[in-house]
Design a protein around this ligand. Structure first.
Ligand code: XBP
Ligand code: MG
Length: 256
């Protein structure tokens, strides 16, 4: 297997480690609208459109502005709604309502067996990230957990991946990003990391052509773009991740 001595893997959360958007975050946002007696409901199609805006508070503010609220009122209301939504989503996480994507636990186990450090780099809010990771996977698996609350700019800016490489003390080409979306891919590449994208129903039609590898999942998976020989029995494994790091070395200008 490709040398893994200096390799690290950094995972996105929403849509990657967990299937959290359609029946998780979206439900929590709608519960917030209802708690504040606002006449808004995000159906699954509307939410899919709004996911282009990263950051739940920013998503709310943009939507409220779209619905005619003055900018200042939209920002104030978005802050209050998002506080409620974060608490509600944290409850969903703690009650086990946010499932891991199929094949993810096996991949995390394989990376641990290969002694590859595993980090997390998400746009999500710190308030729910740790409870979710602990409930779904056990927090002790992760060497590093960075959230949207810790960096100045959210994805697609490179901030969270820059910080991950710094804190892992690794060059970007030694760190493979595992993502689900175009925003995540852009952020990873802006930081100089090779990137594996496992698409989901909300992201399969996005422009992911620049990714080192695009699959439709982590197990029983098909390669949608990139080398056809990097899955093992239809699964993304530690060897898959290591190979991407080898392929990625030197082919992407590091931002460091
Ligand atoms: C996805 C996001 C987040 C979530 C909602 O983050 O953009 O905003 O949709 O979570 P990632 P918050 O894919 O980087 O994990 O409401 O806490 O932002
Ligand atoms: Mg994501």
């Amino acid at each position: 297997m490709t040398e893994t001595a200096s390799l690290a893997a950094v995972f996105d959360v929403d849509g990657t480690l967990v299937d959290s958007e359609r029946h998780g975050h979206r439900v929590a946002f709608n519960d917030a609208f209802s708690a504040f007696e606002l006449p808004y409901v995000w159906d699954e199609v509307t939410y899919g459109r709004l996911l282009a805006i990263t950051g739940g508070q920013q998503r709310l503010s943009a939507y409220l502005t779209e619905r005619g609220h003055a900018a200042e009122e939209a920002d104030r209301l978005a802050t209050e709604l998002h506080r409620y939504k974060t608490e509600r989503f944290r409850e969903l996480c703690e009650h086990g309502r946010i499932p891991a994507r199929a094949g993810v636990v096996e991949l995390l186990d394989d990376l641990a067996a290969a002694r590859v450090p595993i980090g997390v780099a998400t746009t999500g809010t710190r308030g729910w990230v740790a409870p979710l990771l602990d409930q779904a996977f056990g927090l002790e698996r992760f060497t590093l957990v960075l959230t949207g609350s810790e960096v100045p700019r959210r994805k697609p800016a490179s901030d969270v991946y820059d910080a991950a490489c710094d804190q892992l003390n690794r060059a970007p080409s030694e760190v493979v990003a595992v993502e689900d979306s175009a925003n995540g891919l852009i952020a990873a590449h802006a930081a100089g990391l090779p990137c594996l994208v496992a698409v989901n129903d909300y992201t399969r039609h996005e422009n992911l052509a620049d990714a080192e590898l695009v699959t439709d999942g982590f197990c029983d998976a098909t390669v949608l773009h990139g080398p056809q020989d990097l899955l093992h029995g239809g699964a993304v494994t530690a060897a898959t991740v290591a190979a991407l790091s080898a392929h990625g070395v030197g082919t992407r200008p590091s931002s460091h």
